[in-house]
Design a protein around this ligand. Structure first.
Ligand code: NAP
Length: 495
């Protein structure tokens, strides 16, 4: 389906939850008010608690009321929402849902098109998928899609078991595994920056690039998600999905065409070229950390082990940094450093591509330094690109100074940049799965990450907490680069 105003019923499982309220309702609203949805859509929310349609519509209006002076639009928008109390294990619930959906099909002219969005705990994904199929909610003659939130499994084995279960009911091309980083404007821009600019693509290899650094840091701690985080940790929560997806986009070969299959096949290919680690090598390539107390924006904050629902002797990592190597012609010898953590100094996601030094430097700055060229891709909160060059220092013919060329994508009007969920929901409604993860990518990422988590589980660390809240992680993370002759580019100087 390629219509720009797709018609569909979106069924949200977990419609009373945090994700629905904070992300899904506002994203659907923005699509609606911007005219990318026609009036031919309906949203059915399901969850356990008994709400009426009116109560549910009130919740929906609450979650979009920060868009000011649009109350009339919001009223009409909310009228497209319906609620059904639901027990995911009870087949009667599915039968009731089925008849509601068929009547809505008639009222909204949605032609049997359905998106089943699973915004609830992953333990239920398999059961819901199986029941949707057995109760024939997927046999409508329209387009059927299943959207699945992270986490997709806990390791390769559990992800495979989940995938097998879902695949009994849905084909691979009906499954949309969300990685919301892939909906971010500047993540989508990685391919364009690389493949639409001759000045970069020709240099995008081990002859000219010294290393690539990807940082995704948060200032928040685990908030009220301690229980979830204890069983996940930063490696599973961030590295297996978001970080490896960004690495794949930076490292993949140009696709033959911009089709879903071609792009995915390049991503899979480059993930296959990732140098696998043995458990004995993990400590040479990866560093784990856990935050202790410290200062965030001048305020004292508690350490991870003191957070709600966290074991006071927890071994869960809240920080990971690592060095990834590829075994292929383009990247052999070039380290890709990744770093992600909670309670860090700044909230920021950015990529720094450091180019190799010239064979001989004729120009130094006032302090006898040379400055490598850097290409910085700012993913969030700033969105843009900065290119670090060297230029002549005025009045002195042999001294250079670093200068920056800046492009800011969201400076003028931050509200105009679409939210990741908005982009991805719209893609899904139009049947474009390019920016969703294929099972092959999920499988390869888990296999890579499993070795690290196994090594860490066997070899519990004695030194947690090992970084202060408000810092950029443990010192071992800095040493990881120092032993290769590099250092992390501080976020403050790359802006
Ligand atoms: P949440 O706030 O705990 O919401 C869970 C939802 O599931 C609620 O609507 C709950 O409603 C419903 N539910 C629970 N048990 C049910 C049952 N047996 N039958 C029917 N409904 C049931 O969780 P969330 O934060 O929205 O997260 C949902 C999913 O998105 C999770 O997989 C999470 O990992 C993922 N995710 C969330 C975020 C985020 O920002 N929140 C980000 C990325 C991924 P009732 O209590 O009324 O049943």
């Amino acid at each position: 389906m390629t219509s720009n105003q797709p018609k569909s019923i979106i069924v949200i499982f977990g419609a009373t939850g945090d994700l629905a309220k904070r992300k899904l309702f506002p994203s659907i609203y923005r699509l609606y008010r911007d005219g990318r949805l026609s009036e031919d859509f309906a949203v059915v929310g399901v969850a356990r608690r008994p709400l009426s349609n009116d109560e549910f519509r009130e919740n929906v209006k609450q979650s979009v009321h920060h868009f000011q002076n649009e109350s009339e639009k919001q009223e009409t928008f909310a009228s497209h929402f319906y609620y059904q109390p639901f027990d995911v294990t009870d087949l009667t619930s599915y039968q009731e849902l089925k008849s509601l959906l068929s009547s809505l099909d008639d009222s909204y002219n949605t032609e049997g098109n359905r998106i089943f969005y699973l915004a609830m705990a992953p333990d239920f994904f398999g059961t819901i998928a199986a029941n949707l199929k057995s109760e024939e909610l997927t046999a409508t003659g329209g387009s059927i899609r299943l959207v699945i939130e992270k986490p997709f499994g806990h390791d390769y084995e559990s992800a495979k078991a989940l995938n097998d279960q879902i695949r009994h009911a849905f084909t691979e091309d009906q499954i949309y595994r969300i990685d919301h980083y892939l909906g971010k404007e500047m993540v989508q821009n990685i391919e364009v920056i690389r493949f639409a600019n001759a000045i970069f693509e020709h240099l995008w290899n081990n002859r000219y690039i010294a290393n690539i650094q990807i940082t995704s840091s948060e200032t928040l701690g685990v908030e009220d998600r301690g229980r979830y985080y204890e069983s996940s940790g930063a490696l599973r929560d961030m590295v297996q999905n978001h970080m490896l997806q960004m690495v794949a986009l930076l490292a993949m070969e140009p696709p033959i065409k911009l089709t879903t299959d071609e792009i995915r096949s390049e991503k899979v290919k480059v993930l296959r070229a990732l140098k696998p680690l043995t458990e004995d090598e993990v400590d040479d390539y990866f560093v784990r950390g856990q935050y202790g107390r410290g200062l965030i924006d001048g305020n004292e904050v508690i350490g991870y082990r003191e957070e709600d629902s966290v074991d006071p002797e927890s071994n869960t990592e809240t920080f990971v940094s690592g060095k990834l190597m590829f075994e292929n012609f383009r990247w052999a010898g070039v380290p890709f450093y990744i770093r992600t953590g909670k309670r860090m100094k700044e909230k920021s996601t950015e990529i720094v591509v450091q180019f190799k030094d010239l064979p001989m430097n004729l120009y130094f700055d006032n302090e006898d330094h040379t400055h490598p060229n850097l290409l910085v891709i700012h993913i969030q909160p700033d969105e843009g690109v900065t290119l670090h060059l060297n230029a002549r220092k005025s009045g002195n013919g042999t001294t250079s100074r670093p200068i920056q060329l800046n492009y800011c994508n969201n400076c003028e009007d931050k509200m105009n940049t679409p939210e990741a969920y908005e982009v991805l929901l719209y893609d899904c409604m139009r049947g474009d799965s390019t920016n969703f993860t294929h099972w092959d990518e999920v499988a390869l990422s888990w296999k890579f990450v499993d070795t690290i988590s196994k090594a860490w589980e066997k070899n519990k660390t004695e030194n947690f907490p090992n970084y202060e809240s408000g810092s950029m992680g443990p010192k071992e993370s800095d040493e990881l680069l120092e032993k290769d002759g590099f250092h992390w580019w501080p976020i403050s100087i790359t802006r």
